[in-house]
Design a protein around this ligand. Structure first.
Ligand code: GLC
Ligand code: CA
Length: 561
């Protein structure tokens, strides 16, 4: 067995996602900026997260708020300058923290100079940098084949001037790059290397599952599935056989791993945005764990709040991602309904899930504001700035609300409302007098950082306590997970032991999570002499022989050190 200290940092880390536009605006233009992130580093360090992932802040016309890049080596002026970016990376590192940048490899903005050249004529040297085809004969006025975009409808866009079609996996303003052209691949690997050289500790890979399309351009088969899900990304009555999860994309994951492994001090990591069941996601990690280091596992967001369902989820992740693989625990991001809604906005349930996320084996991803229990902001579809809201503008509001309850957000503005710092103007997100790019949530006067820092019972304090416990206890940070099968424990209680080290250095931490609103008695006689932590009070104290867990309580019994 490898010695414990050999476990690479990225397997032990805790990650916090910042959507820069919504985090903190320092110059009053209503748009969050890099100096805003700098200003909040103390907060993030005190919260106790190690790794910050920032959604893209590169040059972009912002048609998809940064996921449409028009310059990979420049910073969008509304977010700041290259100097700000370098200062941010430096300051993050000075605090012993890490930074993950968002790489949109699959596509560029339609305003990227490459695309402007590519579409300028059929003979332009960069024509082949994107995926161009003739339309279907006769007349060429029908798309080249039936491939749909991930948002439904044909993925092909017609270009009048050159009388050909180009393919876009997501929105039409985001043409897909042609990775079958070696120059494209080389250019994008240069981008990757550039940001690693600039000091990125990790890269998040946007819709990585779409990178390679099948060379045959054969039609995708019909499917009865209407609506895609995390578990099964096929939909809009099509099985995306030739457009997602292509074997060449899986191979590319390994190639990219090789590039990232060129950077050793410190080691860097890749986390992929891919969709599907756990088994198919794992293929991206490589059979010999030689592909992407991590993939987002989104099933958490669709899992029922019950002991049985949560245990089944953890069991599945443990089975599919055993050491040396590492699962991830994700409860939200900038595309999904805020998690608070799934649990009826209950603070106690949120605390319990935080305890799960921060004590189970895996890398947690916390979306900004989740630590406060920030809620979705109800914004009618037709008011959405999000291009996806415009795309689905025809959907009646009741249907959009229904979909949101089922985890699909048609207006992603709703989960991107400004971070709630205090009860002052603009919730402290932007200076007084500024107009935030999205309205602040009406509850920001009550739900905010300043208020929760004062309140020992708050969700924020609970996250802080859990994060500090996790840092102190190597078993929580890096240990193996085994189930505790105690006679008499009801199904509602999820109980596991995390262990690390051997012999004298062996450490075991026991976790009990009560998913019911009933009290449950725990027999802790075997643990007397150790310490106990509860998510209810955050306090640490000696272990009594018998303990009555309250509704939704999490109890962690750990080493007395
Ligand atoms: C990913 C991003 C999303 C973006 C899309 C296209 O799903 O998370 O925000 O709109 O890719 O880049
Ligand atoms: Ca600003």
């Amino acid at each position: 067995m490898r010695p414990q200290h050999d476990v690479p940092w990225w397997k032990r880390t805790t990650t916090y996602q910042i959507y820069p536009r919504s985090f903190c605006d320092t110059n009053g233009d209503g748009i969050g900026d890099l100096r805003g992130v700098l200003a909040k580093l103390d907060y993030l360090q005190a919260l106790g997260v190690e790794t910050l992932w920032l959604s893209p802040f590169f040059e972009s016309p912002q048609a998809d708020f940064g996921y449409d890049i028009s310059g990979h080596y420049a910073i969008a002026p509304e977010y700041g300058s290259m100097d700000d970016c370098r200062e941010l990376i430096e300051q993050v590192h000075a605090r012993g923290m890490k930074i993950v940048l968002d790489m949109v490899l699959n596509h560029t903005s339609e305003e990227h100079p490459w695309f402007l050249e590519s579409k300028s004529s059929r003979t332009n040297p960069r024509r082949d940098w994107y995926i161009w085809r003739d339309g279907e004969r006769p007349g060429g006025k029908a798309p080249p084949n039936n491939w749909r975009s991930m948002l439904g409808g044909s993925g092909w866009r017609y270009d009048e001037a050159t009388d050909q079609w180009f393919f876009a996996s997501f929105l039409g303003c985001q043409p897909d790059l042609n990775y079958r052209n070696p120059d494209v691949k080389a250019a994008m690997l240069d981008v990757v290397r550039h940001w690693l050289r600039e000091g990125a500790d990790g890269l998040r890979l946007d819709i990585f599952n779409a990178i390679f399309k099948d060379e045959s351009f054969a039609d995708n088969p019909f499917s009865w599935r209407a609506i895609p899900s995390d578990h099964n990304p096929h939909g809009f009555f099509q099985h995306h056989r030739h457009t997602i999860d292509h074997p060449d994309t899986i191979a590319f994951a390994r190639e990219l791993r090789g590039v990232v492994d060129e950077f050793r001090e410190p080691p860097r990591f890749l986390v992929g945005e891919v969709f599907g069941d756990a088994e198919s996601l794992k293929r991206y990690c490589g059979e010999a764990a030689d592909g992407l280091h991590l993939v987002f596992l989104f099933k958490t967001m669709g899992t029922r709040f019950s002991g049985r369902s949560i245990r089944a989820l953890v069991e599945e992740y443990e089975r599919v991602f055993p050491v040396p693989f590492t699962p991830t625990y994700v409860f939200g991001n900038h595309d999904r309904p805020r998690f608070a809604h799934r649990i009826g906005k209950s603070r106690e349930k949120a605390k319990l899930l935080a305890a799960l996320q921060l004590t189970v084996r895996g890398v947690p991803f916390i979306y900004y504001g989740e630590e406060l229990g920030m809620e979705n902001h109800d914004i009618p579809l037709h008011e959405g700035l999000d291009p996806v809201a415009a795309r689905f503008g025809f959907v009646p509001q009741w249907a959009a609300s229904w979909m949101r309850r089922h985890g699909i957000l048609l207006n992603r503005d709703e989960c991107r409302s400004p971070m709630q710092w205090d009860d002052g103007p603009n919730a402290g997100f932007a200076p007084a007098g500024a107009t935030p790019w999205l309205p602040v949530h009406p509850k920001s006067g009550l739900v905010n950082v300043a208020a929760q820092e004062q309140d020992p019972e708050s969700l924020l304090r609970c996250y802080k306590n859990l994060l500090s416990l996790r840092r102190e206890q190597p078993a929580l940070e890096r240990g193996a997970l085994e189930w505790i099968e105690a006679p008499g424990l009801p199904d509602d209680v999820v109980a596991y032991r995390r262990t690390s080290g051997e012999g004298e250095g062996r450490q075991a931490v026991d976790v009990f999570l009560n998913f019911s609103r009933r009290e449950v008695s725990l027999d802790l006689a075997a643990h007397v002499g150790r310490r106990l932590f509860s998510n209810r009070s955050g306090e640490r104290r000696g272990v009594p022989a018998a303990y009555v867990m309250g509704a939704y309580e999490a109890v962690v019994v750990f080493d007395a050190r």
